[in-house]
Write a protein that binds this ligand. Structure first.
Ligand SMILES: Nc1ncnc2c1ncn2[C@@H]1O[C@H](COP(=O)(O)OP(=O)(O)OP(=O)(O)O)[C@@H](O)[C@H]1O
Length: 303
């Protein structure tokens, strides 16, 4: 037997990919035992394939990465810079942050993004609610209280990202929304009976009819794997929840998805997939029939 084909440690569980190194973790998505190096490789390769298959970028594109300083957007910035170099995507990458003006949250996470700017060598643009709208979220919450503040903030942030993207003259904004976020949104839209949003929420590219399209390279990437990747790679990210976001309804959906994942990891992908199939049916002309049937059954008097 050749030296390098021997297991490194007898009795230790071997990585199911290379069959050489000791497994260091169980992949949350597949439950495979895998070593760190192979985990990095499969994690990055899956994202690369998603980018290619969905034609998320074109050579020469200027891409802003929506950078909140959280784990998802930090891993996105790191992985996109790596893939851009490795596969010669030919992209000009930028970090774009929105400062909502939330003391004790966004000010701290922006410090992380400023460090990421240096660590990854990506130019950073920060746009603030105060400059764009004349109000910080702290001031808005003082005025309107905690009810509905997430709705305001979401609308403002979307516009602020568009404004920042226009200043940077980018072709697209990439965000760190992951598979768990998308499955959660599918579930929320089902629970609210919001068919219009339901049929849009799994799209990997959105806003193509608006000023600047958005894309989600992590559409199929599990949150737990993002956390593991950030942890093993020792990436510098900020991990505190927004102080104004006690969104109970979304919280329930999140917990439910996590419970399903514990029993059956594929559940996250299956929720996304089943929504995509339904959207395709709607796009194929079944929309009016489906909507009529929906309204009929919804408004039918109780027997
Ligand atoms: N203040 C912000 N500035 C720029 N982009 C943002 C901001 N907040 C959110 N985003 C973008 O939207 C995505 C999803 O938002 P979400 O609220 O889930 O982020 P988060 O939990 O604060 O951080 P992350 O998703 O990076 O871990 C982020 O990954 C990021 O790309």
């Amino acid at each position: 037997m050749e030296a390098d084909s021997k297991p490194k440690k007898s009795g230790a569980r071997l990585c199911c990919v290379c069959n050489q190194n000791r497994a260091a973790l169980k992949r949350p998505k597949t439950l495979e035992q895998i070593c760190r190096e192979c985990f990095y490789a499969v994690f990055e390769e899956e994202i690369h394939q998603v980018i290619l298959e969905n034609q998320l970028f074109k050579p020469g594109d200027r891409i802003a990465i929506g950078a909140s300083g959280g784990k998802d957007s930090t891993v996105l910035a790191y992985v996109l810079s790596e893939l851009n170099r490795r596969h010669n995507y030919g992209l000009d990458l930028f970090l774009l942050s929105v400062d909502e003006g939330i003391t004790g949250y966004r000010d701290d996470s922006l410090e992380t993004v400023k460090r990421n700017e240096l660590q990854y060598g990506l130019p950073l643009k920060i746009v603030s609610y105060k400059d764009l709208y004349g109000w910080t979220m702290d001031e808005i919450v003082k005025m309107i209280g905690l009810k509905n503040n997430c709705t305001f903030c979401g609308v403002f942030r979307r516009q602020a990202l568009d404004r920042g993207a226009a200043l940077l003259k980018v072709d697209k904004v990439a965000t760190g929304h992951n598979a768990d976020d998308i499955a959660e949104t599918v579930l929320l839209n089902i629970l609210r009976g919001d068919i219009a949003r339901l049929s849009r929420c799994t799209s990997i590219i959105t806003g193509e009819d608006g000023p600047i399209p958005r894309c989600k390279p992590f559409k199929y990437t599990y949150e737990k794997e993002i956390v593991m990747y950030a942890y093993f790679k020792k990436l510098d990210y900020f991990s505190t929840e927004c102080i104004y976001s006690p969104n109970a309804y979304r919280g329930f959906a999140r917990e439910f998805i996590k419970d399903l994942e514990r029993i059956r990891p594929r559940a996250i992908l299956d929720i996304i997939k089943s929504e995509m199939v339904q959207s395709l049916c709607l796009a194929g002309g079944a929309e009016s029939r489906f909507t009529k049937a929906w309204h009929w059954s919804y408004s039918r008097p109780k027997q």
